[in-house]
Ligand binder design. Sequence first.
Ligand SMILES: Cc1cc2nc3c(=O)[nH]c(=O)nc-3n(C[C@H](O)[C@H](O)[C@H](O)COP(=O)(O)OP(=O)(O)OC[C@H]3O[C@@H](n4cnc5c(N)ncnc54)[C@H](O)[C@@H]3O)c2cc1C
Length: 400
Amino acid sequence: MEYVKGKPYFCFCDKKIKQYKYLERDIKCDVLIIGGGIDDAIANFYLSQKFDVAMVDKGRFGMACTSCATALLEYQLDDFVDELLKYMTKEDIVLAYSLGLNAIDKIQEFIKRYGNNCNFALRPTFLYSNSIFSAKKVKDEYFFRKNNGFECELLDKTNNFFPFPIKQGIFAKNGGCELNPYLFTKQMVENAKNQDKIFENTNITQIEKLTSHYIAITNYGERIICNKIVIATGFNWEVLGRDDLCKRYITYSVVTSPIKYFIWKDRALIHDATSPYHYLRTLPDGRLIFGGEDTIFKGKPIQEKKCNKIYDKLEKDLFKLLPEIKNTAKIDYKFCGCFGTTLNNLGLIGESKFDDNILLFISCGANGIINAVEGASVIEDILNKRFNPLAKLFSPKREV
Ligand SMILES: Cc1cc2nc3c(=O)[nH]c(=O)nc-3n(C[C@H](O)[C@H](O)[C@H](O)COP(=O)(O)OP(=O)(O)OC[C@H]3O[C@@H](n4cnc5c(N)ncnc54)[C@H](O)[C@@H]3O)c2cc1C
């Protein structure tokens, strides 16, 4: 089954591709991470500093959903506060927004220490709507943020400094960051402490539970003997034989040719909250990436014909939003991939419903990458049997 389709922009930028070997012998470890996307790389980087961890991917690292992520990393969640309040307390929402800001700080610390090999940049965020209905929600969201200490500015048509019309918008100067998710994954993998226990092209096809440990078996029959397993396989849950962990959607993106002269204020990450929503950001080589138009993923192969229709719609909507670029820009990349959603917009990170020693590490929502950075501390605390205030927000045992 395919979970991505098209020509993802991000993994075409890599010049030096380091390949990790595949597993050729039986090994032992305390914690096995299954998967090698951005979530897994984040979990492996942090956990390998304290635990005996092995990480395996059935293909190459970062080539699945990670290669498609638009990588707008914002502290806000997908839904507005009025919707989130149905599933979380006000305090929890504030905690979730704060963890987004903490995650941005942590990524920045990582980049300071290991170098910027993934086009990381801090960016303001701009959440807006040009529809009267959603504009009211944007305004309420602004007051929620302002009243809870999140620095931001309310824009409307009188003070809008973006090159398209808005009814209402929230500009958060320190609200986000961007990076190349594929290169960031590789950088995280290459700086992890467990280099001798990282394997590509190693497909786990079976998990056997014994009384005191697990045996994960690869397609070539090699065995990994471990005490805990972290399932970080993105939205592909075939190894668990389940398809009911959370709702899955396909989201679509197009990338333009470079537009060197056309840039808006501080290259903000832009999110149009009108339904169906769209997201937009600049890329370091002057291109724009524009996406959205989500459709439900029903566990069936992604249809090329349907994708093409949606890419055409995205192209039309982008040029309608920014008519200045219509005659000079063309679409160079089109791609789509699967992502998951939950009621509180947060990932499934923690002990699974079916076995406490099988931990899930599945980031959900448009903010999956941010969630994964803080989610790693939830897994670390579970392994250390320590309380973590975020655990209940991410628990796979909650209603999703
Ligand atoms: C078009 C698009 C735009 C997005 N935009 C954003 C965004 O702007 N911001 C954001 O935060 N998030 C965004 N996301 C979501 C983001 O891409 C995901 O949250 C993230 O990539 C998930 O990473 P992952 O490592 O869990 O999954 P993946 O990247 O899918 O990695 C899972 C890995 O597990 C491996 N695997 C699966 N089964 C096995 C097995 N049995 N044995 C061994 N290996 C296995 C696969 O080979 C794969 O490499 C977007 C997603 C899409 C599709």
